[in-house]
Design a protein around this ligand. Structure first.
Ligand code: M6R
Length: 607
């Protein structure tokens, strides 16, 4: 997704703009650009491809302006190209703008502006905004008033940062449904799409709400509502620094984040398990009496977070007897879900900015549901809009492929299910066993990580393969869906996950000598059934790697890994680790860029 940086300072703007864009590279992009204001003129440079291309362009330039905006573009409207990259400027070259999001009514606006004599250079939806700014500036002779008019006309999502030679010291900012954070030091005011881009400058930040306007002016920031009334905003201090966002000695962020899981899980559990029999979630204190009013629960998310939901929903239903449904956020809005004030809706998102998940959350609120967000990013949009938020405490996740965010989501979903069970009076011996098991998870994962070499060797089975098959049942099915997604996204090996019992209803036709089947059988009540399905694939020549529990071993499989003995409900957390490492090492064998897989973005802020 696009990344934005902006600064108004008493010193040169370019170093901030470029370092910020570098920190936002994880969002995925295909071109980059900057504008600074130099001697009352706009200085704009853009380059298709990596940020380094832009840096090379700027190498021999003297860029001294103190005010500027920067952008990394992830193409939505128009191919990746120099012309389509941001910033976009008006025809008089006096206003320059960067945009993240999608302007949904851009065609209609473009037609109107063309009739007014505006010339368009790009195929983007974003360019309409700069011409509209120009149009309204010519009417109002005031940039803030023009921006207010612009946001009353555009539909869709946007984070906008605008500079102009008309008011050369300032950056004008507005946002709706796209993330933007603003920071301030004594001599600089800065803005960016995400916190890591500004952390080297300041930890004191403001979060802009939808339809609000901010004006940066060399160390000060003024905030206004959409009608231009001045508003005050609270400063938040970010509790971590950029060290947390660096690779910490590992070759890649993905490997670092895989290894951080024992710590991330311990942090996520901190203060939430009391003694051996109580879950404490102060975030939900005022909901306790409400749980008995729900007649169903919906779990909604995208990608990896959706897989976490599949496990979470299964566990909630088992522990609380509340019927649960899981839906991909991109489908939720369009499937006319039967939800009302008796429905509990749980939205899970690492970034807290995923457009589909946000849209689903808004629909649930419209229908009167009670909403709980599970998010990793502090102050993210989802946490501001949901009725209640429980944070995973995974720390910044930089690699595009989600690892520690996934396992900490599983932990929070488990805590939530147990908390509700507790509120409904369902605690029993099983409940206590789960609590004991949860506390042991960081240590157990540490032990699994000691077997890393083994998983690296398992990845060798994928060396010459283009496909892999993952199978499991029940909770293990959610685990294999996530394992297969991990393999696809980082190694580009086509991987499909099947309910093991469904194999014989079709997919088994694909199995031939040399096919690789990765099987997960950790649930004692159904492991034997999965094992029969494994035998069916072996009979057709498949090589099988099996993750299972003591007592469920199978002859004739190529590799068996016995997972530590914990309550079956907790196995999804443990088996995630080897599946992540297999994907990671398979990507290494195939020479893929694991941290920034092709075509993917860390934060998907368009539908
Ligand atoms: O930030 P979110 O958790 O809402 O993101 C959802 C998905 O886009 C994300 O999990 C995606 O599937 C990852 N690339 C998976 O590794």
């Amino acid at each position: 997704m696009c990344g934005i940086t902006a600064i108004s300072a008493t010193k040169e703007a370019l170093p901030f703009l470029l370092q910020g864009l570098e920190k936002l590279e994880y969002r995925g992009y295909d071109s980059a650009g900057i504008t600074t204001i130099e001697n009352h003129r706009l200085f704009t440079k853009k380059a298709k491809g990596r940020l380094q291309n832009l840096k090379d362009l700027l190498k021999n330039e003297s860029v001294t302006g103190h005010v500027g905006i920067g952008h990394t573009r992830w193409a939505t409207h128009g191919v990746p190209s120099n012309l389509n990259s941001h910033p976009h400027t008006n025809n008089a070259d006096t206003i320059s703008l960067v945009h993240n999001g999608i302007i949904e009514n851009y065609r209609e606006l473009k037609d109107i502006l063309i009739l007014q004599g505006y010339h368009f250079q790009s195929e983007t939806d974003s360019e309409v905004v700069v011409h509209l700014m120009d149009y309204y500036y010519n009417k109002t002779h005031n940039l803030q008033a023009a921006l207010q008019k612009v946001i009353s006309r555009i539909e869709g999502s946007y984070a906008l940062c605008i500079v102009s030679t008309i008011d050369p010291d300032k950056v004008y900012i507005a946002k709706k449904d796209s993330p933007l954070v603003i920071g301030k030091t004594d001599n600089a005011s800065v803005a960016a799409s995400d916190i890591p881009a500004i952390l080297d400058y300041t930890k004191d930040v403001y979060f802009l709400n939808d339809y609000e306007i901010a004006i940066l002016d060399k160390g000060s920031v003024a905030f206004f509502d959409k009608d231009g009334h001045s508003i005050s905003k609270e400063l938040t201090t970010i509790p971590y620094d950029n060290e947390a966002a660096k690779k910490g000695g590992y070759d890649t962020f993905m490997l670092k984040e895989i290894h951080e899981q024992p710590h991330a899980i311990a942090e996520t559990l901190r203060g939430r398990v009391e003694g051996t029999d109580r879950i404490v979630l102060p975030e939900l204190n005022n909901m306790k009496d409400q749980f008995k009013t729900f007649n169903k629960a919906y779990f909604v998310a995208c990608g990896t977070a959706y897989h976490a939901c599949l496990s979470g929903a299964n566990i909630l239903e088992r522990l609380t007897k509340i019927p649960t449904f899981t839906q991909a956020a991109s489908e939720f809005r369009y499937c006319d879900p039967i939800i009302d004030e008796k429905t509990l809706c749980i939205f899970v998102s690492q970034s807290g900015e995923t457009a589909d998940t946000m849209a689903a959350l808004r629909l649930a609120k419209e229908k009167g549901c009670t909403t709980i967000a599970i998010a990793n990013v502090l102050g993210s949009s989802i946490s501001r809009e949901a009725d209640h938020t429980i944070y995973t405490c995974a720390g910044p996740e930089i690699a595009v492929a989600s690892t520690k965010a996934y396992t900490t989501q599983l932990i929070v979903l488990l805590l939530l299910a147990m908390y509700i069970a507790q509120a409904l009076g369902y605690e029993n011996e099983h409940y206590k066993r789960i609590i004991e098991g949860i506390a042991s998870l960081p240590e157990r994962i540490n032990n699994i990580l000691k077997d890393e070499k083994l998983f690296e060797n398992y990845a060798q089975y994928l060396k010459d393969l283009k496909d892999a098959y993952y199978i499991g049942r029940g909770l293990d099915y959610a685990s294999v869906l996530e394992g297969a997604l991990k393999l696809k996204e980082v190694s580009y090996v086509h991987a499909d996950a099947y309910i093991a019992g469904e194999l014989k209803h079709g997919p088994i036709a694909l199995i031939e000598p040399g096919s690789l089947v990765i099987a997960v059988a950790t649930q004692p009540n159904i492991a034997a059934k999965t094992i029969s399905n494994i035998q069916e694939t072996i009979a057709r020549g498949a090589n099988v790697i099996l993750f299972t529990i003591d007592g469920q071993e199978v002859g004739n499989v190529k590799e068996t890994y016995i997972l530590p003995k914990v309550d079956p409900i907790l196995q999804s957390v443990l088996v995630a680790i080897p599946l992540q490492l297999i994907a990671y090492y398979a990507a290494g064998i195939k020479g893929c860029d694991v941290d920034k897989p092709r075509n993917l973005a860390k934060s998907v802020t368009v539908e």
